[in-house]
Design a protein around this ligand. Structure first.
Ligand code: ADP
Ligand code: 6PG
Length: 161
């Protein structure tokens, strides 16, 4: 089973993903680690990525999912997957892939991003991410105002894992 935690920057994909994976005893991977250097540089400068920028990143994540499924392993993957076409690309008809959308009000996410340190992502990109967000029709929606542990437990309850 592959759980993809998706949603805009700052919703807690990395934080909740780590807790969830540790609870389940599964591997955690962060989509942030699969961006080419040019993408990181763009986001650092506050320039939104476009479809072409995201293509190599999505390809790398698609390979990660395929390799994980081929090995028969479980995975928690943090990945913004903002548009339907990205979600469909990563799912590529695999029944093993389950989307969980993390969502919070913009004011809360903005506040969390403002106090996040040591990350390349410019907080100014939040509004452009909300603007292009296309939630998957079949995602489990989880609100992120609680603690990471509460959110991880809610995800487990809703997915039955
Ligand atoms: N449930 C939460 N409660 C309080 N702070 C949180 C929560 N989830 C994430 N954070 C904090 O918000 C910031 C963004 O979280 P992060 O996991 O980096 O989000 P994302 O991976 O979606 O960009 C981080 O500083 C993190 O510590
Ligand atoms: O497609 C994109 O524009 C990026 O992938 C972006 O969506 C993602 O948010 C960054 O990787 C920042 O990382 P965080 O979402 O972890 O802040």
């Amino acid at each position: 089973m592959i759980i993809v935690l998706m949603g805009v920057t700052g919703t807690g994909k990395t934080t909740v993903g780590r807790v969830l994976a540790a609870d389940l005893g599964w591997t955690f991977r962060d989509g942030d680690d699969y961006h080419p250097a040019a993408n990181i540089d763009k986001m650092r400068r506050g320039v939104p990525l476009n479809d072409d920028d995201r293509a190599p990143w999505l390809a790398a994540l698609g390979r990660l999912i395929d390799e994980t499924v081929a090995r028969g392993e479980n995975l928690v993957l943090a990945c913004s997957a903002l548009k339907h076409r990205y979600q469909e690309y990563l799912r590529h008809n695999l029944a093993a892939v389950h989307y969980v959308e993390l969502w919070g009000p913009p004011e809360l996410i903005q506040k969390r991003l403002a106090s996040r340190t040591g990350h390349f992502m410019s907080p100014t990109l939040l509004s452009s991410q909300f603007a292009i967000l296309e939630p998957p029709a079949d995602a489990i929606l989880v609100e992120v105002s609680g603690t990471p542990q509460e959110i991880a437990s809610e995800i487990r309850r809703k997915l039955g894992v």
